[in-house]
Design a protein around this ligand. Sequence first.
Ligand SMILES: NC(=O)C1=CN([C@@H]2O[C@H](COP(=O)(O)OP(=O)(O)OC[C@H]3O[C@@H](n4cnc5c(N)ncnc54)[C@H](OP(=O)(O)O)[C@@H]3O)[C@@H](O)[C@H]2O)C=CC1
Ligand SMILES: O=C(CO)COP(=O)(O)O
Length: 320
Amino acid sequence: MRVGIAGAGAFGTALAIALGRKGPVTLWSRSADQAARMAAERRNEARLPGADLPETVTPTANFADLANADVLLLAMPMQQMRAALAEHHAQLGNRPLVACCKGIELATGFGPTGVIAEAVPGAIAAILTGPSFAGEIARGLPTALTLACADPDHVQALQRALSTETLRLYRTTDTAGAELGGALKNVMAIACGAVIGAGLGNSARAALMTRGYAEMLRIAAARGARPETLAGLSGFGDLTLSCTSEMSRNYQLGLAIGRGETFDATVTVEGAATARAIAAAPAYRGIDLPITHAVASLVDGRETLPSIMAQLLARSLKEE
Ligand SMILES: NC(=O)C1=CN([C@@H]2O[C@H](COP(=O)(O)OP(=O)(O)OC[C@H]3O[C@@H](n4cnc5c(N)ncnc54)[C@H](OP(=O)(O)O)[C@@H]3O)[C@@H](O)[C@H]2O)C=CC1
Ligand SMILES: O=C(CO)COP(=O)(O)O
C-alpha cells in the first residue's frame, strides 16, 4: 500500500520514517522551503532533529503528489485539520483518511473522525492514536498504537498496511473511544505537569491520573464510547505516558504553569483547546468534571493553581 502523509511536523515525519522502512511514502509539507530542505538534507531538522529519512520517503510541497497514495495520514494539529481538509478537498479522493492528531475541535466539539466525516462526506475516516513519542518511533523503538475505524473490513486492511516490525497496531471500531482517550489524556497531562511543577508531589499526581481517568470514562459514556477502549492504549496507555514523561509537551506546559514560568506559545499543545472545548460543550453539562474544568481555567489564567487545588480538596467526600 502506498502511503501519503499530509503534515511534516514531528509526528508526520516520524511516521514517514517508520513506514518508509516498509514501502514508499510521500511526505507533504505546506512549506516549499521545508520540503526542499528535507529533500536535500534527508532530515527534518526543524521538527524532528537528528532523524534520517529513508530513501523511500519523498518529501514534497505539492499536494497533488499525494494523488497516488492508497491511504492518507493527516498529521497536523487538531485545530488545523478542518482548514487543511477544506483547502485540499478536491484532491482528497476516495481513500481512507487517517487522522494522526489528538484533540477535540474547539468550534464544534467534534473529534478528528467527526471533522473528517463532515469535511469530506463519504470518506473512510480513521484515527491512529496511542502512547508514542515521535523521536522514539523514528529511532525504531517498539511502539504500540490504536487504529480505529468504524468499518471492520477497512480497519483490518489499515492495520496490516500501517503496522511495521516495531510499530504494532491494535484495531478497534470504536472511533469515539479512541479519539476521546487521546484528546483527554492531554488535559490530564497538563494537570499532572502543574502539580509536579508546583512541588505538590507524586502522590498528588497519582490522584490526578486516577480521578482524571474517572472523568475520561464519564465523558466517554456520554458519547457512547466503550469503556474498554478507554482502558486500552489510546486511553489508559497514553495517559500513563503523557502524565509521567517530561517529553510530553502537554506535561511541559503544566510544569511551566506549576513553576510560574512562561511557555513558548508556538509549541503544539493540544490539551489546552481540548479542555476549553469540553468545558464549554453543552453535551457535558451536568457531568462531574472538576479536573477538566480546572485545567480550562488554569490555561486561560482565570484561576491560580493554589486556588484550584484548594477547591478540589474542599469538595464533599464521596464514594470512589
Ligand atoms: N510529536 C509527538 O510525539 C506526537 C504527536 N502526536 C499528535 O500529532 C499531531 C501533530 O503534532 P506534531 O507533529 O507533534 O506537531 P508539530 O508542532 O511538530 O508539527 C505540526 C505540523 O503541522 C503543520 N500544519 C499546521 N497547520 C497545517 C495546515 N493547515 N496544513 C498543513 N500542515 C499544517 C505544521 O506546519 P508548519 O511547520 O508549516 O507550521 C507542522 O509541520 C498532534 O495532534 C499531536 O498530538 C501524536 C503522537 C505523538
Ligand atoms: O501524544 C503524545 C504521546 O503519546 C505526545 O505528547 P505531547 O503532544 O504532549 O508531546
